[in-house]
Design a protein around this ligand. Structure first.
Ligand code: ADP
Ligand code: MG
Length: 251
């Protein structure tokens, strides 16, 4: 963790005090997720508990089919668990209606998948602006924030490029910047480097480490590459839907 904590980037946020943020933005308690499987069910998550604090980065590892993506989907409130509790930035998602969940997700959760899902006709800047416009922010505010975030991810000079003019690594950077547009408290990242070569993969994981520190988000990153584990604070292993207690990666 570093001491350089950034405040939210929007100019409006500089005038009004930032809303209180939970010191433990992500909390899963005894979460079970069952999918129908033939006549029975399959437990994609089996009594999973996990707490991630602000500025903490947890690596999630485990074999294919062990439930890693399921955990991220439940933490993102994209999938309701069969039982157990998901708390995002102090708010219990269990009792919320779908519309309320959508708002919670939009305002608190940044999601980064393996393949950046960028719109082909939009520039890097526009990809970010559009996401914030959906949050009801003014275009002017969204534009200046988008420009700052592209700078954070090292793409200031590529703001006007469209996806086909960017490399895979640059597209993933746009994806990361976009996920930060809503000042999320939780960042959920699924195999962000699976489509990238080694050098670009390392750069992306380093960037995720840096934004976790600077923006004090609670980050969970699924990775199959144990080489990146030392860049995180703790590693938790998923096996057949069960999650091991996170093991600190440094003292
Ligand atoms: P991982 O990301 O570790 O590869 P997943 O979370 O994708 O694992 O899958 C965990 C288990 O849940 C697997 O057995 C998978 O087949 C099953 N599963 C995942 N999503 C669904 C779904 N939408 N419907 C039914 N089964 C699913
Ligand atoms: Mg997966």
């Amino acid at each position: 963790m570093t001491s350089t904590t950034r405040s939210p980037l929007s100019p409006a946020a500089e005038q009004t005090p930032a809303p209180t943020r939970s010191s433990t933005p992500l909390s899963l308690d005894h979460v079970t997720l069952e999918y129908p499987d033939g006549e029975g069910t399959i437990k994609a998550m089996d009594d999973v508990s996990l707490r991630v604090s602000a500025g903490q980065m947890v690596a999630l590892v485990g074999p294919s089919g062990s439930g890693k993506s399921s955990l991220l989907a439940v933490a993102a409130t994209l999938v309701r668990p069969t039982s157990g509790t998901v708390i995002i930035d102090g708010q219990n998602a269990t009792g919320l209606k779908d519309r309320e969940l959508t708002t919670l997700r939009r305002d608190k959760v940044g999601i980064i998948f393996q393949q950046p899902n960028l719109l082909a006709s939009l520039t890097a800047l526009e990809q970010l602006v559009i996401s914030d416009h959906l949050r009801g922010k003014s275009l002017k505010t969204a534009r200046s924030k988008a420009a700052e975030l592209l700078d954070v991810v090292g793409l200031a000079s590529s703001a006007n490029k469209r996806p086909h003019q960017l490399s895979g690594g640059q597209r993933q950077r746009v994806n990361i910047a976009r996920a930060l547009m809503g000042d999320p408290t939780v960042l959920l990242v699924d195999e962000p480097t699976a489509a990238l070569d080694h050098e670009r993969s390392t750069a992306i994981v380093r960037l995720l480490r840096r934004v976790t520190d600077e923006f004090q988000v609670a980050t969970v990153m699924v990775t199959h590459d144990t080489e990146f584990v030392p860049l995180t604070d703790a590693v938790a292993t998923m096996r057949d839907g069960r999650l091991s207690a996170p093991v600190p990666t440094h003292s």
